[in-house]
Ligand binder design. Sequence first.
Ligand code: IPE
Ligand code: IPE
Ligand code: MG
Length: 243
Amino acid sequence: MIKLPKTLESISTIEFQRLPRHIGIMMDGNGRWARQRGWSRLEGHRQGTQNVRRALDACARCGIRIVTLYVFSTENWGRPREEVEGFFELLAEVIDRETENFRRQGVRLIHSGALDGVPPVLAEKVRRAVDATRENRAYMLNVAFNYGGRMEILRAARRILEDGISPRALTEELFERYLYTAGLGDMDLVIRTGGDQRLSNFFPWQAARGVFYSTPTFWPDFDERELRKALEDYNRFWVGREE
Ligand code: IPE
Ligand code: IPE
Ligand code: MG
């Protein structure tokens, strides 16, 4: 059983013997959710971005303090231009709406991904939000935006070479410090909504030892009940088995 600071000890430490420390969520299925209703894909993204607040609140109530969200992958540039542009507008709105809340609630925002190629106004919003929450420590929210796992590993390797690290000095611990997620630790549980069982370039290094959980539920419908199902699955996996 993991130890949470007293103030965060919640029902879930009683309910679950073992809680993941860091969870990653691949928020998939916005488009299909909208199509089922005869709506545009963008409407699905709108509902999906609105669901982020609900999902994060659920994580906090369950005692999860480190969450990584897959928002936009390097592969997602291949989508129709209107979808990408519309999605970026929605993201800008979420940042405007939530940054002050994050700042007050002790959420530190971390960005994993590249900002080159992203519209400058949005890139600036991301930088500012990261900056405004830099001192927070209660919760960590890592946003994978314009992120790709292979790109992250290559970037780390390049920087290691640039820093002149000798091959002998290179350990897993040192390598980790060059990743976007430096200090966040391994991803213990990866949840993918939308039913696909693909890895989609999602944090290959950090999730290497994680438990993978896939649910057919589309992202806009993913709520606390769904999160608890994933936590139960994680718990079932580990109880009676020790690392
Ligand atoms: C996930 O939903 C959101 C992003 C990748 C931006 P999708 O847009 O992939 O929705 P589906 O998978 O087509 O239903
Ligand atoms: C994965 O979803 C990326 C995000 C959730 C942002 P996609 O719908 O892009 O996944 P694949 O790679 O096409 O299956
Ligand atoms: Mg998808």
